[in-house]
Design a protein around this ligand. Sequence first.
Ligand code: NAP
Length: 227
Amino acid sequence: MAFDSSDVWGVADLSETKSERFTSPESLDMVHRLRRESCAVLVGRGTVERDNCTLTVRRVELGDRKSQPVRVVVDPSLTLIGGEYAILRDDLPTIIYHLKNETSKTMQSDSVTLVEIIQPDDNAGKKSLISPSNIVKDLTSRGLQHIMVEGGPTTARAFLDARVVDRAILVRAPMKFGIPLPAKMDENTFRQSGLEMIGTTRMGGDTIEYWTLNGSPWPNPHLHLWP
Ligand SMILES: NC(=O)c1ccc[n+]([C@@H]2O[C@H](COP(=O)([O-])OP(=O)(O)OC[C@H]3O[C@@H](n4cnc5c(N)ncnc54)[C@H](OP(=O)(O)O)[C@@H]3O)[C@@H](O)[C@H]2O)c1
């Protein structure tokens, strides 16, 4: 995830109607390399609504990959269905996790799979929260083992709180938004999910922080060489 340099760790500018890139081209290339390394790229309903993102690998070559990573959206009430979102209409595979058995909401496109998560009653206090562990289990059962959670902050927070994150890459841009959307997280959020910061690098003016579960090693000893 990327943040501005304000105290609230801004993730988007509420004074802008359209989401603009705010990190360096080098950092954006890294995001696309990470997508390329991943079996699935996951976001929450809010990011699709606000950004109309495609989550595809575009800034770098696909390389040995035969296809784009699967897009995954967490949309508990299936709010997005019927909307004019690229992710629902570009015929690339997308999985949407939801909690409603809404037979009225179906997809015309064969590329979009709706997966209802049935949760045990012990989720009572958090009825609308889909357990990130259940999402990870389901994706793994589909052969999708490397999952990149790209945001937004609500989704990232749910995965961190569920302690299912092995690695986190934080991009800190040297600017402040006019009206920042607060990430509602800080270093403690990452530490409490079992992550430790193992180092930083500079990338086109941004500072990149690398965090891993219990400080375990990075896939490449030179942090900036992976992804
Ligand atoms: N700076 C960055 O790196 C970055 C990355 C991505 C997005 N963004 C920005 O973040 C903003 C959107 O933030 P956001 O927090 O609203 O977006 P979000 O995390 O993409 O979406 C939040 C919504 O997704 C659903 N959701 C996510 N995880 C869930 C779970 N485990 N269980 C149940 N529902 C879940 C909920 O939908 P319901 O409300 O329907 O229950 C929740 O309100 C946008 O402005 C976008 O541009 C920034």
